[in-house]
Each structure stands twice: as C-alpha cells, then as structure tokens.
Ligand binder design. Structure first.
Ligand code: NAP
Ligand code: G4F
Length: 343
C-alpha cells in the first residue's frame, strides 16, 4: 500500500524541507511547480529524481483537478493515505500591498480551488488529509501576547487577509464535509533556503557581500519589529505531525521567544567580528561597527509597509503537548547556520 503526498509550493523554502522529510518516511511525493522562464527548482535539485512533478498553479482549477484525477487513478486500489500540503502562496507581506488582487486569488481563492479539487476526486474522504499553511500574520495587530490558537485575528496586509480566508475555508470544509483538513499557524521560520528578500536572509546575504567587498552597506526598513523566528526544518516536521493525529485540528508552531530585526543584525554581524552599535533615530538611524566606526546599516522608507506588524510572539503549548513537537534549533543556531551559508 502506498503513502502518497502532494505538495503545492514544493519549490519554496518549506516545500523543499517537507519533501525531504516525506521521502525519508517512504511517501511517494508529488509536487506542483510553476512554469517559469528560467529554472525555479534549485531548492529541490538534490531530490529532483525522486519526485513526481507536474506543472500547475493555484489560480487554475483545471490543472488541480487533472493532477488529483491522475493521482486517484494511479493509486486506485493501492492507497494507504493521501496527504495534501498546501504550501503554495504569494508569501511576501510587502509585495502583497503591490499585488493585492493576485495575492487574494492565490492565497485565498487558491486554497478553495484545491479543497474543491480534493473534494471532487474519487479518493474516499477517510484516506485524504489536507494541510493549510496558515500564518502568524493572521494575528497582525496583536490583541494579546503571546498568541495561541484562541487569540482573535487582526490581519494587517492583503497577504494576511487572503490567508485569513484560507484559514477559514479550511476550517469550514472540515466542518461542512467532515474532511481531515488542518491549519498550521506558523510563526516566522527561516533557513539558508529562505528567499533573498525576507529580512533574515537579506541580512546574512548582505553581511556576506560586505565581507567580500561586493557591497559597502546594508539598507533595511523597520528595525524594531519583533519576530518569533524558528528554523524551517523544524516547522516542516511540525506540518507532517499535524496530519498524523487522530483528529483534524489547528496548531500554532512557534519558538515562544522573540527578537528584533536589530538583534538579528547584531548577532549575525558579531559572528564575523563586528560590534554593531546604533545612533540616530527613524530613517536617520545608522548601525556602525564600534571597533572601526564604519557605518554599515542604514534605513530606507522604501522597505516600510503601509501597515506594519510590530510584534509576533507565539505560544505553541498545544503543539508541544498534543503533537510532541518542539523546535530543535535555537535562535543562535539559526543565525549561525545562515551566516555560515552566506558568508
Ligand atoms: P516561499 O519560499 O515563498 O515558497 C512559496 C511557494 O509557492 C513556491 O514554491 C512558489 O513557487 C509557490 N507559488 C507561488 N505562487 C504560486 C501559485 N500561484 N501557484 C502555485 N504555486 C505558487 O514560501 P515558504 O516560506 O516556503 O512558505 C510556505 C508557505 O507557508 C506559504 O504559504 C507561506 O505563506 C506560509 N508561511 C510561511 C512562513 C515563513 O515564515 N516561512 C510562516 C507562516 C506561513 P515558485 O518557486 O515558482 O515561486
Ligand atoms: O522577513 P519579513 O519580510 O517577514 P514577515 O513580513 O514577518 O512575513 C514572513 O513571516 C510570516 C509569518 O509571520 C509569513 F506568513 C510570511 O509569508 C513571511 O514568511 O519581515 C519581517 C520584519 C517586518 O516587520 C519587516 O517590516 O522585518 C521588517 N524588515 C525590516 N527591514 C524588513 C526589512 N523586511 C524585509 N522583507 N526587508 C527589509 O529590508
């Protein structure tokens, strides 16, 4: 009997770690990739031959229906379990302000399209499980600290609002059609595979370029934001655990500690011998190396968001208790791994 998984967003940071975990556990792993003018499979190059990949897009129902029909036919009499992990998204908060309609189409309605395709395929309900990549951005302008599964949502971006739809439609389909459909409400998670335009990776890549003399400064946006940053590998394991429970439910995954953007800068630069101190305020704030006086970090409004999420801090007690999940990487280890990879 086959264990089969379909991962949307398999070419992304989380998709690549999740695919590794699923292959290790003996799943037949299928993935949906987007057609691009250039190769976009670099994160899964090392496992490429072990995956079954199909072109598709969450904005196109027809390909989702076809892929699910193909999987249903192939495993018709030989299926133990079929797990669908919906990780595909326009995942950048700042970009979502520039592409709000597209973001809602992919991150919101896209989730509905996949749920509908799953509902209409011939695999019986009791063999299918669905994971939705929900996010701590749902908490946005937080109404309580720390945030748990019962904290009310207050999204602050088109991305957050689209993901709110994804969260609720997943819950609604669970209740309406008795589907094993779950959300992981994941706080920020990073790695050397993080896309270059998220703040952690931008910092470690910037540091590498400064060390190699390829750039003389790093320009960032809001330095005071606080994030609960974990390691993507730990969070991918949490996604799998969420689908291994007896009953479908929603879980927060978080480290339960938060750090500022400034702190991420200080820690990563310290690993390469800099002692970053700060002077000035607002857009005039500058980070400089106390040993040499060299000014290295600058602020530009260009990277501000129209509405910011100032602080996110999770409480993942439920996942730790019910799933036996906990993060294996500390904040310091995460920073060190990213600095090592980029420098
Ligand atoms: P990521 O690196 O940006 O990967 C996103 C993936 O979605 C990529 O494979 C991308 O394909 C694919 N994609 C984008 N638009 C698509 C579309 N229209 N149709 C099909 N695929 C599409 O994101 P990630 O960090 O791995 O995050 C995975 C999921 O978790 C996302 O849903 C994200 O919103 C959510 N999430 C992430 C975090 C975090 O801190 N990382 C926290 C909470 C929730 P291409 O490679 O072709 O671009
Ligand atoms: O790294 P970020 O872009 O991540 P953000 O906005 O927290 O979103 C990430 O985590 C969410 C989970 O909470 C996911 F749902 C989402 O898909 C994504 O993975 O920004 C983190 C903070 C923000 O406050 C931002 O304003 O860093 C601040 N920041 C400061 N300078 C910057 C920069 N962010 C970016 N991207 N680039 C900067 O130069």
């Amino acid at each position: 009997m086959s264990k089969v998984a379909l991962v949307t967003g398999i070419t992304g940071q989380d998709g690549s770690y999740l695919a590794e975990i699923l292959l290790d556990k003996g799943y037949d792993v299928w993935g949906i990739i987007r057609r691009a003018s250039n190769i976009n499979t670099s994160r899964i190059e090392h496992i490429f031959d072990k995956l079954t990949l199909r072109y598709g897009d969450l904005t196109d129902s027809s390909n989702l229906l076809l892929i699910l029909a193909e999987i249903s036919t192939k495993y018709v009499s030989n299926l133990d379990v079929f797990e669908i992990y919906n990780l595909a998204a326009m995942s950048h908060v700042k970009v979502s302000f520039e592409m709000p309609e597209y973001t809602s189409n992919v991150d919101g309605t896209g989730t509905l399209r996949l749920l509908e395709a799953m509902r209409s395929c011939s695999i019986p309900n009791e063999k299918i499980k669905f994971y939705q990549a929900s996010t701590s951005e749902l908490y946005g302008k937080v109404v309580e600290v720390p945030q748990t599964e019962t904290t009310p949502f207050y999204p602050r971006s088109p991305y957050g609002v689209a993901k709110l739809y994804g969260y609720w439609i997943t819950k609604n389909y669970r209740e309406a059609y008795d589907l094993f459909a779950c959300s992981g409400i994941l706080f920020n998670h990073e790695s050397p595979r993080r896309a270059h335009n998220f703040v952690t990776r931008k910092i470690t890549i910037g540091l590498g370029k400064i060390l190699r003399g390829e750039q003389d400064k790093l320009v960032l946006g809001n330095l005071t934001s606080l994030r609960d940053w974990g390691h993507a590998k730990d969070y991918a394991m949490g996604m799998w655990l969420i689908l291994q429970q007896d009953k479908p439910d929603d879980y927060v995954l978080s480290t339960n500690e938060y750090h500022s953007v400034k702190e991420f800068v200080e820690k990563s630069f310290a690993l390469k011998g800099f002692d970053i101190k700060w002077k000035g305020e607002g857009t005039n704030e500058v980070g400089y190396d106390e040993k040499t006086g060299r000014e290295l970090i600058f602020v530009s409004e260009k990277y501000f968001r129209p509405t910011e999420v100032d602080e996110l801090l999770g409480d993942s007690t439920k996942a730790r208790t019910e799933l036996g999940w906990k993060p294996e990487h500390s904040f310091d280890e995460l920073v060190a791994e990213m600095v090592e990879a980029d420098c």
